[in-house]
Design a protein around this ligand. Structure first.
Ligand code: PEP
Ligand code: MN
Length: 449
C-alpha cells in the first residue's frame, strides 16, 4: 500500500493549510524533510496500537495531555521536564487510585500547527485597524502581530522537525534514564504543589506507593528494572500536509506506510471531512490514529469515518476523541457510541474535556471552567456506563507550570486572576495543581466505573 502524492492530496481540497507565497521554498523544505531520519519507529507505533486496543477493552486507560500549541522558544529542558513530570504524576495517580495501567501519550514533540476559525486577524494598532494572517502555530508563522512575523514561512517546517527531535530525545532520556523511576514519585512533586491540599494528598499516596514497592522488593516479587522506566508516546494533530507527507515512510518490516514524526497522530474537528485530504491521508498510514468528534458530528458521520479510517476493524487503530462540551455530552454522545457499537466497529473512546468548554471571559481572556472540564468527563463516564461500553481515556490541555489560564479548581482562580500568568498562545491549559486535582477526581470516577 502506498499513499497519494502531495499534489493528489491538495487536489482533494485540504482545509486549514497556509497560503505560502514561495512554492520553490516549500518544495525545498519538503525535499529536505524527506531526507531526515525518522523520529519514531513503526514498531513503537504498533506497540502503542496494542496498548490502545487494551484500553478499548477496559484493560488500560489512556492519558493524553500537553500543550494546545507547543512553541519553539518553549522547547527547553525545564519546560519539557515540567510537562513530563506533571503527566507522570497524573498517570501514577490514575494507576494507583484506579488500579489500571495508564497509556501515556504526550501532546508534544510535534504539536506546532493549529487550525483556526478564521484566516485573518484584525487588531487595533496605534488607533488603526490592522488585518494580518492569523497565527497558525510556530510550524507556519510567528505569534507576533507584524506582517513579517505573520507571513507563512516554509523554513519553519524544518524547525518543527528539529524542535520535535530535541524534545523527543529529552523525553526518551527522562523516561528511560531513571527520572521516571517509580521510586522517584516523591521527587516529581514540586515545592509549590507540595504545599497545596492536592499536593499533600499526592504526598500521602506517594508514601503508600513507596511502602508497596518496599514490600514487593522484600518478598522478592518485583524486578527493580520494571520500575525503572516508563513507556511514553508522542502525538500531535497532523494538520500540515507538507510536513506529514514528507515524514511518511515505508516500514522496512512490512512495506506499509507510517507517519514517523509521532507515534500517534490525530485529525482535528475542522479537517475531518469524509472526502477531504486529511481523512484520505490518515486512511493510508498504519499508525494508531485519532479523530476528533464535536457536537455537529452525527452517528452516521462517526460510522462513515470509522469505516473509512479502519476498514479492517483493527483493534487500537482508531480512537474517537469526543469534544462535545459539558452541556452537550450527555445528549450528544450516546447516539454515536450506540451506532458505532451496534455496527461492531472497533474504536477506543477518549474524552477531550477541553475543546467544547472554551469561552471568552469578560476581560477578554479565552478560558475554561475547571468544573465544566470535570463535568464533561463525568458525563462521558455516565454515558458509557449506561450503554455498557468502555470509556478508554481522557485528553487534556495542560502544562507543568503554574499558569493562570483556567478558572476554578482548588485554588479557585477567578476571571481577574487570569491576567496574573496567562501564557498560552492558543487555548487555555490546566496548570500543575489543576492537573493533579483533575487526576484525583478522574481516578475516583474510573474506580467507580
Ligand atoms: C486541539 O486539540 O487543540 C484542537 C484544535 O481541537 P479540535 O480540533 O477538537 O478543535
Ligand atoms: Mn487546543
Amino acid at each position: 500500500m502506498s499513499i497519494p502524492s502531495l499534489e493528489q492530496l491538495h487536489a482533494m481540497g485540504a482545509a486549514q493549510q497556509p497560503n505560502y507565497d514561495d512554492p520553490a521554498a516549500v518544495a525545498a523544505a519538503v525535499a529536505r524533510l524527506r531526507t531526515m531520519p525518522p523520529l519514531v519507529f513503526a514498531g513503537e507505533c504498533d506497540e502503542l496500537k496494542a496498548k490502545i486496543a487494551a484500553a478499548s477493552r477496559g484493560e488500560a486507560f489512556i492519558l493524553q495531555g500537553g500543550d494546545c500549541a507547543e512553541t519553539f522558544v518553549d522547547a527547553t529542558a525545564d519546560n519539557v521536564r515540567n510537562k513530563l513530570r506533571v503527566l507522570l504524576q497524573m498517570a501514577v495517580v490514575l494507576t494507583y487510585a484506579a488500579s489500571v495501567p495508564v497509556v501515556k501519550v504526550g501532546r508534544l514533540a510535534g504539536q506546532y500547527a493549529k487550525p483556526r476559525s478564521s484566516d485573518m486577524e484584525t487588531r487595533a494598532v496605534g488607533g488603526e485597524q490592522v488585518t494580518l494572517p492569523a497565527y497558525r502555530g510556530d510550524a507556519v508563522n510567528g505569534f507576533e502581530f507584524t506582517p513579517e512575523s505573520r507571513r507563512p514561512d516554509p523554513q519553519r517546517l524544518l524547525d518543527v522537525y528539529h524542535a520535535s527531535a530535541s524534545t523527543l530525545n529529552l523525553v526518551r532520556a527522562f523516561t528511560t534514564g531513571g527520572y521516571a523511576d517509580l521510586r522517584q514519585v516523591h521527587t516529581w512533586n514540586s515545592e509549590f504543589v507540595r504545599n497545596s491540599p492536592v499536593g499533600q494528598h499526592y504526598e500521602a499516596m506517594a508514601a503508600e506507593i513507596d511502602r508497596a514497592l518496599t514490600f514487593m522488593k522484600a518478598i522478592g516479587a518485583a524486578d527493580p528494572d520494571e520500575f525503572h522506566r516508563v513507556d511514553f508516546y508522542s502525538s500531535h494533530e497532523a494538520l500540515l500536509l507538507e510536513y506529514e507527507h514528507a515524514m511518511t515512510r515505508t516500514d522496512s518490516r512490512t512495506e506499509l506506510p507510517y507517519n514517523v514524526s509521532a507515534h500517534m497522530v490525530w485529525i482535528g474537528e475542522r479537517t475531518r471531512q469524509l472526502d477531504g485530504a486529511h481523512v484520505e491521508y490518515f486512511s493510508r498510514i498504519r499508525n494508531p490514529i485519532g479523530c476528533k468528534l464535536g457536537p455537529t458530528a452525527t452517528a452516521d458521520d462517526a460510522l462513515s469515518l470509522a469505516t473509512k479510517l479502519n476498514p479492517t476493524n483493527e483493534p487500537g487503530r482508531l480512537t474517537f476523541i469526543t469534544r462535545f462540551g459539558a452541556g452537550k455530552i450527555r445528549d450528544g454522545l450516546p447516539a454515536l457510541v450506540e451506532k458505532v457499537t451496534a455496527e461492531g466497529v472497533d474504536v477506543a473512546w477518549v474524552c477531550d474535556a477541553m475543546h467544547g468548554n472554551t469561552f471568552e471571559a469578560s476581560n477578554g481572556y479565552k478560558t475554561r471552567r475547571f468544573e465544566d472540564v470535570l463535568d464533561e468527563v463525568r458525563g462521558f463516564f455516565e454515558v458509557h456506563r449506561a450503554l455498557g461500553t468502555v470509556p478508554a481515556g481522557i485528553l487534556v490541555e495542560n502544562t507543568g507550570d503554574d499558569v493562570t489560564e483556567i478558572i476554578g479548581g482548588g485554588e479557585e482562580l477567578t476571571e481577574q486572576g487570569l491576567a496574573h500568568r496567562y501564557e498560552s498562545v492558543v487555548d487555555p491549559r490546566l496548570n500543575r495543581v489543576q492537573s493533579l486535582e483533575m487526576a484525583f477526581r478522574v481516578a475516583d470516577m474510573l474506580r467507580k466505573s
